[in-house]
Design a protein around this ligand. Sequence first.
Ligand code: DC
Length: 237
Amino acid sequence: MNSSSPGNRENGLVIAIDGPSGAGKSTITKLLAERLGYIHIDTGAMFRAIALSASRSGVRPDDDAALTELCSRTDVVLQRSNCCCTVLLNGEDVSQAIRTPEISALTSKISARKPVRENLLILQRRMGASGGVILEGRDIGTVVFPDAEVKFFLSASAEERGRRRYLELAAKGESITLEETIAAVVARDENDEKREHAPLRCADDAIVIDSTRLSIEEVLETMEKVVRERVLERKTA
Ligand code: DC
């Protein structure tokens, strides 16, 4: 295993939150990280930044040689300030530009490619090595940190996830219908689950939370309780 060993994580636990699009991972991870004083690592934003870079450079999602070359000259940084996290692509703030429906669809294709996953895997493991982090993504508990001390798999029905994504996009003024948004969410699920490399999968030892009928606060309380118990167990071990 190439992830850091739990014994070397001097800043705290590694917490993995995986699940499909629109399950609430970003909102929950951000709030949970604030409560615990942990660093939030949005791995989806890293894949999105690579997709944006590919789109701007005219690199096709199935051209692995060009993707390898692109990754070698693409620098992705998640920069934290008190209130938010800025995504930097070769020094440029692309936090908004990576959130369009077009980049979401392209990211689903680009993130299936081996060179892109290998490149970001190294970066993600480095970012989480000292612990005290919550990583959200699709393969954190299965591939990136299979020995994470706490793993959650957060899900919700496709209709509810589509509805949440639609409200987010509508608030930003994107012209897309609810039906189109649900269809896009289902299509992304299928790409993410069926791909060969690091597919979206619930780790065997993950705690599954279905957020369809739960409030953000209810999900947070459940997760925080589990994490605090693990922290105590670790101290007394
Ligand atoms: O979490 P998100 O919707 O921002 O993710 C964007 C895309 O990136 C999504 O289609 C799945 C992919 N992704 C991935 O394959 N592995 C991750 N660890 C995170 C995201």
